[in-house]
Design a protein around this ligand. Structure first.
Ligand code: AMP
Ligand code: MG
Length: 412
């Protein structure tokens, strides 16, 4: 048996970053850039007006005030999307719309609110600093600038910028394809018949969605009966994927063949028991360079083991450098006896008051009680070398629930 820390280290040492693929930028949200993004363009491409108003020569209007306005001759009207071919002369103003390129000769824009126009003349009621209300070429993005280094996790603003520099395709790390097998004679699929002794294979569904949430492509291998032949046939299909995960059949029961079959398929087994609760039976091996995780069958154990080991492995494969759920410090709301000798992951609900996080356990912590996981927004990790946690203790909690990033109230 090995510690959780050692297990994680052993797993990550086997994980290689996948290759890259070129995809449409619209598909790149949440993916990790496999190339530096360098701008081939200035954005904006030309000096342009940030206001609806008049393009003028600063020397003409520097001294304008409301009771001594400067009168200028309007030479034309320039909407966004067009350019003026005239050079603005002294005493002239060009009516200009937001986004339109500032004409040659002009160096300042007066906002419409500070003018009154009459026929072909405009009165400038207020001076401005030279260069006012002009967005400079390259002010947002300079040609040749390194905008986003490889390793950046793409968000919508990145996609907007790539569009503005005409980058339609981008190179990102591949998503891991993760094959998911459930094992057990007691299991039926969601549309199967719940005959005597049968249960729905909920792990197939929780693991499929964990894989998708972690940025992978889940591949459902279905349910294998508890025979070596059935397991072998299904696991062989899984060898097309980047990662294989199974659940169940890794314990010491009479029909727990997963580890044996992985070995028959050529897996180099690194460990099969980890000092943790829930989730002690957990087989890990590599077949060629493919990691294979034999997760425990109990629904909570399967999910907690996924969180501790499979998610970081998947994130490493996809090029992420932040592999782990964010840990926060919280105050425990009740006593929780530990599991000495094992790291204990306690499902808990996180709340925040006056900037302080609080963690209260989500009831019964049995490894078959999946409701404890559904109600949990975090996993409190109680170290193996402590006897437990007392109410009021500070504890470290892994944040599970993305909803914690949202609020019911707005707070400016
Ligand atoms: P095992 O490790 O195969 O002995 O499974 C441990 C427990 O987890 C048993 O009670 C199984 O019925 C249950 N279990 C195993 N696989 C699944 C699954 N795919 N969905 C829900 N429960 C499961
Ligand atoms: Mg079983």
């Amino acid at each position: 048996m090995i510690t959780v820390e050692k297990a994680l280290e052993t797993i990550l040492a086997q994980i290689r970053v996948l290759g890259s693929e070129r995809i449409d930028i619209l598909g790149s949200r949440g993916r990790v850039l496999a190339e530096d993004i360098v701008s081939g363009l200035d954005v904006p491409p030309h000096d342009n007006s940030s206001m609806d108003g008049y393009a003028v020569r600063h020397t003409d209007i520097a001294d304008a005030v409301a009771d001594k306005p400067v009168q200028l001759k309007i030479t034309g009207d320039l909407p966004a999307g067009y350019i003026s071919r005239e050079i603005l002369q002294p005493g002239q103003a060009l009516r200009i719309m937001t986004g339109a390129p500032v004409p040659q000769g002009a160096d300042t824009v007066i906002m419409q609110e500070n003018t009154t126009a009459q026929g072909s003349t405009v009165a400038i009621l207020q001076g401005e600093k030279a260069g006012a209300n002009i967005r400079r070429a390259g002010e947002d993005i300079k040609k040749g600038a390194l905008l986003f280094p490889a390793g950046t996790v793409v968000r919508p603003a990145h996609i907007g910028i790539m569009a503005s520099i005409k980058r339609a395709m981008v190179s990102v790390y591949q998503r891991p394809r993760v094959a998911i097998l459930s094992t057990g004679d007691e299991l039926v699929d969601i549309d199967g018949k719940l005959g005597p002794g049968k249960i729905v294979s909920s792990n197939s569904y929780s693991l499929m969605s964990l894989v998708a949430e972690a940025g992978g492509t889940p591949i459902m291998l279905g349910i294998a009966r508890d025979t070596k032949d059935a397991l072998r046939a299904r696991l062989l299909e899984g060898l097309h994927a980047d990662i294989i995960i199974s659940s169940g059949g890794v314990s010491v029961g009479d029909y727990d063949y997963v580890k044996d079959v992985l070995q028959e398929l050529g897996a180099d087994m690194k460990f099969w028991k980890v000092l943790m609760r829930p989730g002690q039976p957990l087989a890990f091996g590599v077949i060629g360079d493919k990691p294979a995780f034999g997760l425990p069958g109990n629904p909570v154990s399967a999910m907690v083991s996924f969180e501790q080991f499979v998610r970081p492995a998947m994130r490493k494969m996809s090029g992420h450098t932040k592999l782990f759920r964010r840990p926060i410090e919280a105050v425990a709301q009740q006593d929780v006896p530990g599991r000495p000798g094992r790291k204990f992951f306690v499902r808990c609900r996180l709340t925040q008051k006056d900037g302080q996080w609080f963690a209260s356990t989500t009831g019964e912590q049995g490894s078959g009680i999946l409701m404890s996981m559904a109600e949990a927004s975090g996993l409190m990790a109680i170290p193996a070398d402590v006897s437990g946690v007392s109410a009021g203790d500070r504890v470290s909690v892994q944040v599970l629930d993305p909803e914690l990033g949202y609020s019911e109230t707005v707070n400016y």
